[in-house]
Design a binder for this molecule. Structure first.
Ligand code: NDP
Length: 234
């Protein structure tokens, strides 16, 4: 059965791997992107999730072309790392506005059609950092921890409507986001990971696809670590 799937930030990194995993399984996949040329093979809609009007426009286009979104993967996210002493309010608020409030915007809009359909799957991409904390990432960690409370509240609120909300908490994944780290920082991280390496984006995508599959029909409010053992299940 081909479902209407939306992956935010599906133009690169983990989001692109997730989009490909659903497309390979035969689903109709829409992705959002902000600038540049999106990858081929998907319905690509331009959308900055910090702007409610752009979110509304993106959903309208997806609904017209693919039908109401049945599976939402809220993946778009940013970092703006800084020690607290030097972290400006704008550094803090802007990361929260994308990672947490941006997720609220896309989930709220998806929920409308899911309620009508009396079914839906929502997967939020958090991070091991949201649960372990990370020096220099108080803004990012707060936003990613916030996703857990958000998902668990919605799992309670909407479980009776057959809508599931789950969180995937990746460890360190080979993408543009982690390319900024130095070799020394990378080695330091890898030494803490029992599996002794970074994840490939496809390893995160496989778990997301599982959570949206029939095999995961009785899983909601869960936080699934895909972190090579870094958080030891948190
Ligand atoms: P990338 O930096 O490679 O990609 C980030 C994606 O988010 C891009 O598609 C980007 O779009 C999109 N995005 C950022 N801000 C916005 C916005 N305001 N509106 C719409 N889209 C936006 O990151 P990753 O692929 O590594 O990360 C994906 C998710 O996984 C993030 O939520 C991240 O926090 C999380 N994560 C990543 C880990 C890692 O080690 N890489 C570990 C744990 C979690 P654009 O291309 O237009 O900028």
């Amino acid at each position: 059965m081909s479902r209407s799937v939306l992956v935010t930030g599906g133009n690169r990194g983990i989001g692109l791997a997730i989009a490909r995993a659903f497309a390979d399984a035969g689903d109709k996949v829409a992705i959002t992107y902000r600038s540049g040329e999106p990858p081929e093979g998907f319905l690509a809609v331009r959308c900055d999730i910090t702007d409610g009007e752009q979110v509304e426009r993106a959903y309208k286009e997806i609904e017209e072309k693919h039908g109401p979104v049945e599976v939402l993967v809220a993946n778009a996210g940013v970092t703006k790392d800084q020690l607290l002493m030097r972290m400006s309010e704008e550094d803090f608020v802007s990361v929260l506005d994308t990672n947490l409030t941006g997720t609220f915007r896309v989930v709220k809009r998806a929920n409308r059609a899911m309620l009508r359909a009396k079914k839906g799957r929502v997967v939020l991409i958090s991070s091991v950092v949201g649960l372990l904390g990370s020096a220099g990432q108080a803004n990012y960690a707060a936003s990613k921890a916030g996703l857990v409370g958000f998902a668990r509240s919605l799992a309670r609120e909407l479980g009776s409507r057959n809508i599931t909300f789950n969180v995937v908490a990746p460890g360190f994944v080979d993408t543009d986001m982690t390319k900024a780290l130095t070799e020394d920082q990378r080695a330091g991280i890898v030494s803490q990971v029992p599996l002794g390496r970074y994840a490939q984006p496809e390893e995160i995508a496989a778990t997301v696809r599982f959570l949206a599959s029939d095999d995961a029909s009785y899983i909601t409010g869960a936080v699934i670590p895909v972190d090579g053992g870094l958080g030891m299940g948190h």
